[in-house]
Design a binder for this molecule. Structure first.
Ligand SMILES: *[C@@H]1O[C@H](CO)[C@@H](O)[C@H](O)[C@H]1NC(C)=O
Ligand SMILES: *[C@@H]1O[C@H](CO)[C@@H](O)[C@H](O)[C@H]1NC(C)=O
Length: 343
């Protein structure tokens, strides 16, 4: 019986892949209005909703892809860089905000003008000139989250102020990679033995051996170098498909690039109607839609006219590949229960 189901399911998948690679053409659709610095897309497969953040406006946003409705929760604790649901809950989210990892209580169907939250841990000391940035949860429920130097008004970031941390259910941040300048894209392959990582200004994609049991990384090597292809901008957020190939948002590059880290070859460039492409995540019932966030903050009226879509979320359909389910953060019950608002 079980075998029969497996056969049926994989046959369905094969058919779907065939239909997608054969008959559908790739298309890019705008799926939200423009916000500020949209980042950190996370697909919640259980609820079929796309979470993302609006960093400097300090919002967690949620797109219902079935209706197109976006609901928003204002945090008010400093820039909000990433958000991930807590495992086995329907209204708890962990987010990076300011220098901290916070636990937010938000059911998500309605806007919240000031969402209740509590600080779980401080990732960087209060004296550091840094803030949290991109993050993702591994297969064991640990949160990997990086930091970066604070942006100056001209957009410059002081080099080597940030790090990448790993936070398990003890909530003690452990430094894994240091120093980094702008900690960004993270991805694990489907075999769960390789970790990919981006420190944006290097314009390179690094790979590490990954041990899922201990959560340790080792043996750094460079698997792709944007200096070797004809593209402007820097690599930002990243995801991976079931074939083991990477999808990388290029900030300042108008594109998402598709890269084979084994051959170090560029497979495809997907043009996005916004200059500053910030991150990517697969979603949709079949995990075959690539959701893409872009930046539209600090624009002059003239720039806004020229790039009306900057800051929107886009959906790229018909790529003929599928993503891997995103993980939720695993907390021990006691920590998530003692709910206390910092309002
Ligand atoms: C962008 O604008 C926000 C306010 O919306 C401000 O806090 C931030 O400092 C500005 N950033 C830059 C790089 O100008
Ligand atoms: C893209 O980012 C750069 C650097 O932060 C900025 O100067 C530029 O105005 C941005 N463009 C758009 C359309 O947001």
């Amino acid at each position: 019986m079980r075998n029969a189901i497996c056969k049926y399911v994989s046959l369905t998948c094969v058919l779907i892949v065939l239909i997608h690679s054969g008959e559908t053409r790739m298309r890019v659709e705008k799926v939200t209005e423009p916000f500020g610095l949209s980042e950190g897309p996370h697909w919640n497969h259980r609820t079929q909703k796309l979470y993302f953040v609006d960093i400097y406006n300090q919002y967690i946003r949620r797109l219902d892809t079935a209706t197109g409705v976006v609901t928003s929760a204002y945090v008010g604790h400093g820039p909000v860089s990433v958000v991930v649901p807590v495992d086995d809950t329907s209204d708890k989210l962990v987010a990076g905000s300011g220098k901290d990892l916070i636990l937010v209580t938000w059911e998500g169907d309605e806007d919240s003008k000031k969402v209740p939250f509590k600080v779980l841990t401080s990732i960087e000391s209060s004296s550091s000139d840094t803030r949290v940035n991109d993050g993702k949860v591994d297969s064991s429920g640990r949160f990997w989250i990086g930091t970066m130097g604070n942006e100056k008004l001209n957009g410059d970031v002081t080099p080597n102020q940030g790090s990448l941390y790993r936070i398990d259910d003890t909530l003690k941040p452990k430094k894994e990679i240091t120093p980094v300048t702008i900690s960004n894209g993270l991805a694990w392959n489907i075999d769960d033995n390789t970790f990919y990582y981006i420190d944006s200004p290097t314009r390179q994609i690094a790979a590490y051996d990954y041990d899922p049991n201990t959560g340790t990384i080792s043996n750094k090597r460079i698997v792709f170098d944007l200096n070797k292809i004809n593209i402007e901008g820097v690599p930002d957020g990243m995801t991976i498909d079931t074939d083991g190939n990477l999808w990388i948002a290029v900030y300042g590059g108008h594109h998402v690039i598709h890269v084979n880290p084994k051959t170090q070859k560029l497979l495809k460039k997907v043009k996005i109607p916004a200059e500053n492409v910030t991150s990517v995540a697969f979603g949709g019932p079949l995990l075959d839609i690539l959701y893409v966030t872009t930046a539209g903050h600090n624009l002059t009226a003239e720039q806004r006219k020229k790039t009306p879509y900057a800051g929107s979320v886009f959906a790229v359909k018909g790529l003929g590949v599928r993503g891997i389910l995103a993980n939720s953060f695993v907390m021990n019950e006691k920590q998530s229960d003692e709910e206390k608002s910092d309002e």
